[in-house]
Design a binder for this molecule. Structure first.
Ligand code: MSP
Length: 655
């Protein structure tokens, strides 16, 4: 075992329901950075990540794709461009990877479930509530939106289902104490949230089995029930170390975990349900749960269904993995939300990596080559530690350590870059090109170069957890001997040999042309979005020609929706009252309720054909027809009303 002890850190295990996006990458890069930092400090680190493969959503997605759930998850986890590939690309240094479909995990979860059942913490009861049949989900009254399913907006009905429950209520007080004690949950602001929103209103027992779908771990003593996916998922942190199974090891060495890194929306599961279940099985609790914020896009959460995800493959391909990793850790404080944009990413790379760090490195190495043929002479004038720079670089490791230990990765990077900026200023102050003009200044010039190389060495070492590859290249250019590429040496100013030899190399972070790059990215992202859309089935075009005069007989007009309501007793029809520019309201009935809610259409500017003969539907008269575009996806018709610019007046004729 290492002198510093062990350090067990985990990411959440990801749902392999879609390709992962930059938000997931953020979570994993943050965890990887901390894991690498701890390894650098000398800890014996266990870093676990994996995939959470069960549940109704995966079952449905597999059905849609026409494959078995196992085939479906295998493709997203192990297939080309899948989760394993993404972590490889992003240089994620996890020691283990768990899949919840792994046999040892499945068996262990069955044993754990039985253990909680035997000790009386799991009991059989009835699950009741408002049920949405198409979504196969139960909702509480307060979760409903206007009395309807919050997911799909459809009617719900009261239903009951036999299920197992976990006595979460029994653990409310011990969990409250845990949350209030010490630093179990960070950032501290999340503690209040948990207590106010979940503990104070009263913890209810948790439904921990389902019978409405099959893709889960079967309750072995009651076939037909599958274990609730969060019970299955949370125990991954222990089964991956051999808990309740003989296939993995490390439990004694690494458990309890030092930190579970999780996104803010799953803090509740990790800081309430997880400790309660551990109390139930009598196992030690993790030392910390850290709830990080979200990466947002245009102020909202990224989601595949909203079509607003950012693809890490594209960004890493354009800017390099290290630049992307650096940006993610530098731009946003870990505990808060942050708004992602390509502009921010490019300006951060340009300012910090190309200008400040990259430039300092290439200028310094170029000067040592130019003035000393690459190797510093040992004769010096003045002390090697004659300025503020030396003090700042010498004190850097201490400041950095404090910040990294409290997961303030952004602030730690800020400290490193303060020193880098100071070094760039030091070049301007000492003007080496002036010193180089007079041979008498050679010892002083060597001193200045040494100070710069030493500063670069220390900063580069402290940047390694963030940019594991570029920092090796930078250390090669600086000429840092292998034995000095350590945490210890990062705390010792003056470690670099006096006669150090530099090696000029490629530019590590080329400057990016913002406008050109933004245009290129937009193109690539658009292509990716298009590729991700489900294949569209189109009606064949009509071969029969229509003469122009016949076409002109159809009177298409722009109309504005004054009001819109559902027609009683019809689940298809909407009744529109329209302004068609004549000053007299026009009524049109349209069978589009499946695709639109009436309230969302009020005020919209649409197109209608207005000279069709009147037609009666459900006893109401319809005078014309609204124009829509239709296509099919997966055999299902999809309809889009044609909406035009609101500046076009009602009654304008289409020609
Ligand atoms: N499977 C559960 C976790 C079980 S852990 C026992 C899950 N999976 S997830 O794939 O939906 O999310 C995994 C992690 O990615 C979560 O921590 C989540 O917060 C994080 N992120 C997903 N989108 C994100 C952003 N846009 N920004 C930051 N993190 C994001 O939840």
């Amino acid at each position: 075992m290492s002198e510093r002890g062990t350090f067990y850190i985990t990411t959440p295990i990801y749902y392999p329901s879609d390709k992962l996006h930059i938000g997931h990458t953020y979570c994993t890069v943050a965890t990887d950075t901390i894991a690498r930092y701890k390894r650098m400090c000398g800890y014996d680190v266990m870093f676990l990540t994996g995939t959470d493969e069960h549940g109704q959503k995966i079952e449905e997605k597999a059905k849609e794709a026409g494959v078995t759930p196992q085939e479906f998850v295998d493709r997203i986890v192990e297939g080309e461009g899948g989760i394993l590939d993404l972590w490889k690309l992003m240089n994620i240094s996890n020691d283990r990877f768990i899949r919840t479909t792994d046999g040892y995990h499945v068996e262990a979860v069955q044993r754990i479930f039985k253990k909680m059942y035997d000790n009386g913490d799991i009991y059989k009861g009835k699950y009741s509530g408002m049920y949405c049949t198409p979504c196969e989900s139960f909702w509480t009254e307060s979760q409903l939106v206007d009395g309807k399913c919050p997911d799909c907006g459809r009617e719900v009905k009261y239903a009951e289902e036999e299920a197992y429950f976990f006595r979460l209520s029994k653990y409310a007080e011990p969990v409250r104490e845990l949350l209030l004690s010490g630093t179990f949950l960070e950032p501290a602001s999340r503690v209040n949230e948990m207590i106010k929103n979940f503990i104070d209103p009263g913890l209810e027992d948790l439904c921990v089995s389902r019978t409405s779908f099959k893709w889960g771990i079967p309750v072995d003593f009651d076939p037909g029930h599958v274990v609730y996916v969060w019970v299955d998922a949370l125990f991954n942190y222990m089964t991956a170390l051999g808990y309740m199974n003989g296939e993995r090891d490390g439990l004694e060495k690494y458990w309890p975990a030092d930190v579970h890194m999780v996104g803010k929306e799953i803090v509740r599961f990790h800081s309430i349900i997880w400790p309660a279940m551990l109390m139930s099985v009598g196992e030690p609790l993790p030392k910390k749960v850290f709830g990080h914020g979200w990466l947002l896009l245009g102020g909202g959460k990224m989601s595949k269904s909203k079509g607003n995800v950012v693809d890490p493959y594209i960004l890493a391909g354009r800017f390099g993995v290290d630049a992307l990793r650096y940006f993610l850790m530098r731009e946003f404080p870990l505990g808060s939300d942050g708004n992602f944009s390509n502009e921010l990413l490019i300006s951060r790379i340009n300012s910090d990596l190309a200008n400040d760090y990259g430039n300092l490195l290439s200028r310094t190495v170029a000067m040592v080559e130019k003035y000393f043929n690459g190797t510093l002479p040992t004769e010096r004038a003045g002390a090697d530690s004659d300025c503020e720079l030396n003090t700042m670089a010498g004190e850097l490791r201490g400041k950095y350590e404090k910040l990294m230990d409290s997961f303030q990765t952004q602030a730690a990077l800020e400290e490193v870059f303060k020193v880098i900026s100071r070094a760039n200023k030091y070049i301007d102050e000492t003007a080496p090109w002036v010193l180089a003009k007079d041979a008498a200044n050679t010892p002083r010039l060597a001193s200045v170069m040494y100070n710069l190389l030493e500063t670069l060495r220390i900063c580069t070492q402290l940047l390694t957890p963030f940019m594991p590859e570029s920092t090796v290249k930078a250390a090669d250019q600086i000429g840092v001997p292998a034995q000095l590429r350590t945490w210890e040496a990062a705390g010792n100013w003056g470690s670099l040999p006096a006669d150090v030899t530099v090696h000029r190399g490629d530019t590590l972070f080329p400057r990016i042309d913002m406008d050109k790059e933004l245009a290129e990215l937009e193109k690539l992202e658009e292509e990716a979005r298009r590729e991700a859309l489900p294949p569209v089935e189109l009606e064949p075009q009509l071969a029969e020609k229509v003469d122009f005069d016949t076409f002109c007989k159809s009177d298409f007009r722009v109309v504005k929706v004054k009001s819109c309501e559902a027609v009683k007793k019809s689940d298809k029809l909407l009744k529109f009252t329209l302004d068609d520019g004549t000053g007299v309201d026009r009524q049109i009935l349209s069978g589009i309720h499946k695709w639109y809610q009436p309230e969302e259409l009020v005020g919209k500017t649409l197109v209608a054909i207005v000279n069709l003969p009147p037609r009666k539907m459900m006893g109401l008269e319809s005078n014309g027809m609204l124009i829509s575009a239709v296509h099919k996806e997966k055999g299902e018709e999809v309809l889009h009303l044609i909406m035009v610019d609101d500046s076009i007046p009602a009654g304008a004729k289409l020609c």
